[in-house]
Write a protein that binds this ligand. Structure first.
Ligand code: PMP
Length: 442
């Protein structure tokens, strides 16, 4: 195999790429062949600054030695152990380490292999929990418009992205949605939580009342909606959801797949907002994105319902061949150690105002109609091109890649979420590159 064919394979047809315009991509492929710390290396040998931590997951930066070594040595020592009825120490160690950084009371961890699987797991735990307590009438799940909860059937049912739902016909029944909280008219150019819109949490009460609150099992939200363009919650909104849930015996589920593991400058968004859910969904940053793994955290009361309930309920009929996989668990442990040793969560917290000011300095740049920042996340919303929505942002993405910056776009919104090791200088580089690109866009 010559060097060129190692870098760009000569058959691009076999791989059906996820969430990609395959035809377009294969005409002009963009390939990464290596990565280190804050940068990717492209197939033609260029360095690309990672403005998105891969897909919001590489929080510690790329190819970090501790994580690489942990994976290598675990693969050589114990590659796989059956996930059911058998254990191995690393999974137990990781679960217990996770509970030391989790919000108080979320002391039990169920392992999965992705964010989507964590979502399904959380929804099933919620439904099964009510049944375990003899309250099987609680079967309804409430999501939110513009929510993204992965791609499996439960997740797209509670999720609120039309494009991800409409190809697939019937979804879960018994699902309803609150309105999203995006309101650029009242909350334009926001830093942190937005000022207006806490009253939208009362949608939960309205929907619960409509269906009878005693039929509602759970409500699921991302504390900060990420994939639909970074929508920070209004001040007081999450607290109000918590109150309504408590009043009506509804479980509150936070999907922290993006916001978990330091992205907000705290271990989890729960800590940032001071609101603790009953179930917390995580993945991505758990293993620095290096090995697929997710973790669902639950409160004692939920865990106890299964552990101490009637004999026929003691086994939760759910799990994956790779739940708590030894290599993933080793990667998770090494990732947590890296976060801790390098103080990356604290670093993200210290950078939050620097980040906010830098991204907001793009206000007034051509095409920009709104900017939102929270934690180490940012969104720059562009005015859609007449008749061709999403085209302008996608052009920005392609141009940025050519100029050595990885960004992500969703609709007409540019989303940013660099690894937490990003330097102030690199933040400046992100902003300068974007400024140049936006000014030159059609
Ligand atoms: N939930 C949220 C909030 C996410 O952002 C994502 C992925 N971006 C998922 C779930 C799904 O995760 P995965 O792609 O690992 O299945």
């Amino acid at each position: 195999m010559n060097e060129q064919s190692r870098i760009v394979p000569n058959n691009l047809e076999a791989f059906w790429m996820p969430f990609s315009a395959n035809r377009q991509f294969k005409q002009a492929p963009r390939m990464f062949v290596a990565a280190k710390d804050m940068h990717y290396t492209t197939a033609d040998g260029r360095q690309v600054l990672d403005g998105t931590a891969g897909l919001w997951c590489v929080n510690a930066g790329h190819c970090r030695p501790k994580i690489t070594e942990a994976i290598q040595s675990q693969a050589a020592e114990l590659d796989y152990a059956p996930a059911f009825q058998m254990g191995h120490p690393k999974a137990f160690e990781l679960a217990s380490r996770l509970t030391t950084i989790a919000p108080q009371g979320l002391d039990h961890v169920f392992f999965t292999n992705s964010g989507s699987e964590s979502v399904e797991t959380a929804l099933k735990i919620a439904l099964a929990y009510h049944r375990a307590k003899g309250d099987g009438a609680r079967f309804r799940l409430i999501g939110r418009e513009r929510g993204y909860h992965g791609v499996n059937f439960g997740g797209i049912s509670v999720g609120g992205i039309v494009g991800n739902r409409k190809m697939f016909g019937t979804l879960l029944t018994g699902v309803d949605h609150m309105r999203h909280t995006h309101d650029p008219e009242r909350n334009g150019y926001s830093k942190g939580e937005t000022e207006h819109g806490a009253e939208l949490a009362d949608d939960l009460l309205r929907i619960a009342t409509l269906h009878d609150p005693s039929t509602i099992a759970a409500v699921i939200v991302e504390p900060v909606a990420g994939s639909t363009g970074v929508l920070p919650p209004p001040k007081g909104y999450l607290k109000r959801l918590r109150e309504i849930c408590d009043q009506h015996g509804i479980l509150l589920i936070f999907d922290e797949v993006i916001t978990g593991y330091g992205r907000m400058g705290t271990a989890f968004a729960s800590d940032y907002f001071g609101v603790t859910p009953d179930i917390m969904i995580t993945a991505k940053g758990l293993t620095n994105g290096v090995i697929p793994m997710g973790a669902v955290f639950v409160k004692d009361t939920i865990h106890d319902a299964f552990m101490t309930g009637p004999e026929h309920l003691i086994e939760f009929a759910h799990g994956y061949t790779y739940s708590g996989n030894p290599i993933a668990a080793a990667a998770g442990l090494a990732t947590l150690e890296t976060y801790q040793e390098e103080g990356l969560f604290e670093r993200a917290k210290a950078l939050e105002p620097v980040w906010a000011d830098a991204i907001h300095s793009l206000k007034g740049t051509r095409h920009v109609i709104d900017i939102r920042t929270i934690g180490l996340i940012g969104a720059i919303e562009l005015e859609p091109m007449k008749g061709e929505p999403t085209k302008r942002a996608f052009s920005a993405f392609v141009k940025a890649f050519e100029e050595g910056l990885l960004i992500r776009t969703t609709g007409d919104i540019i989303a940013l979420s660099p690894p937490l090791m990003v330097s102030e200088e690199q933040i400046g580089e992100i902003v300068d590159t974007l400024k140049g690109i936006l000014a030159g866009l059609e």
